[in-house]
Ligand binder design. Structure first.
Ligand code: G3P
Ligand code: CA
Length: 255
C-alpha cells in the first residue's frame, strides 16, 4: 500500500485480503483471489490443508460442510472428491461452480501479480504439510528473495519453526488467537518468536500501543486480523501496525 493523507504515510503498509477479498466473493476461491488482485490489495491470505491423497488444498475449516455443498473432513476426501464440490454457491448463486483450489494452482495463477500469505491450517492434522508447502514454493523458485512475495504463517508455532528451518529465506509469522493470549504476550514469548519469526500476527483485540512497540523493538512486524470496519482499520493504523488482514480490502488503502 502507498501512503497518503491521513495518518503517517508508509509505502510498506500491507493491505492483506483475508481468504481473498472474502467480503465480496466466496473465501479461498479464485473468485476471491481475483477480486483481491482487482482491488489492488498487496497480498491475499489463504488457508492450506491436505487431502486424503496428499494434495495441498485451499480451504479454511477442517470440514467442507460450511463452504461447499459436500460434507466430511478435508483429510478424509481425495483431491478428486474435493474438486467435485461447489465452493461458491453458499456465498451467492453467481459464484456457482467455484472449486476448492489447490495451492499449486494458486501459486501458478498469482505469482508475480500479488503477494500470497499462506496459513498452514491445522498442521497437527497433516504430518508433512510443511515439507509439501516448502516444495511447492521451491519448485517455482518462490523461496528466492525478490522472486515472489510470500509469507507463511500458522497458529501452530512448531509448524512455523519447522517451515522456517526448511526454507529460511521465506518470511514467517506466528498467529496469536485471543483465547490463548488474552492475559497478554510475555517478553519471553516475544523473544522466542523473534528467534525465527518476521511477523507476529494477533487477533486485533490483543493489539495496543505497547504490543506494537515491543514487537517492533525486536525487529518484527505486526499485521493483525480480521479488520471488518473503518473504525477498526483506523484504530489499527493509529497504533502503527505494519498492515491489516481484512475481508474488505477497500478498508486498507492508504492512498
Ligand atoms: O491471517 C489471519 C487469519 O486468517 C487467522 O484466522 O481463522 O481467519 O484463519 P482465520
Ligand atoms: Ca487464515
Amino acid at each position: 500500500g502507498v501512503g497518503g493523507p491521513g495518518a503517517e504515510a508508509k509505502d510498506s503498509f500491507l493491505n492483506i485480503a483475508h481468504r481473498g477479498a472474502s467480503g465480496h466473493a466466496p473465501e479461498n476461491t479464485l473468485a476471491a483471489f481475483d477480486k483481491a488482485v482487482k482491488m489492488k490489495a498487496d497480498f491475499f491470505e489463504l488457508d492450506v490443508q491436505m487431502s486424503k491423497d496428499g494434495h495441498l488444498v485451499v480451504i479454511h475449516d477442517a470440514t467442507v460442510d460450511r463452504t461447499t455443498d459436500g460434507t466430511g473432513r478435508v483429510g478424509d476426501l481425495t483431491l478428486k472428491e474435493l474438486k467435485r464440490l461447489d465452493a461458491g454457491s453458499w456465498f451467492g448463486p453467481e459464484f456457482a461452480g467455484e472449486r476448492i483450489p489447490t495451492l499449486e494452482e494458486v501459486l501458478d495463477r498469482y505469482r508475480g501479480k500479488i503477494g500470497i500469505l499462506i496459513e498452514i491450517k491445522n498442521p497437527e492434522l497433516y504430518p508433512g504439510i510443511e515439507e509439501k508447502v516448502a516444495n511447492a514454493l521451491k519448485k517455482r523458485n518462490m523461496h528466492r528473495p525478490n522472486n515472489g512475495k510470500v509469507i507463511v504463517q500458522s497458529f501452530g508455532h512448531d509448524s512455523v519453526k519447522k517451515f522456517h528451518r526448511l526454507l529460511p529465506s521465506v518470511p514467517v509469522g506466528v498467529l496469536l488467537s485471543y483465547g490463548d493470549y488474552r492475559d497478554g504476550v510475555s517478553d519471553e514469548e516475544l523473544a522466542d518468536f523473534a528467534r525465527y519469526a518476521d511477523y507476529v500476527n494477533p487477533n486485533q483485540m490483543l493489539v495496543d500501543e505497547d504490543l506494537v512497540r515491543r514487537i517492533h523493538n525486536l525487529g518484527m512486524k505486526i499485521t493483525p486480523w480480521t479488520i471488518q470496519t473503518k473504525e477498526e482499520a483506523d484504530r489499527m493504523i493509529a497504533l502503527g501496525v505494519d498492515g491489516i488482514v481484512t475481508d474488505f480490502p477497500e478498508l486498507g488503502y492508504r492512498k
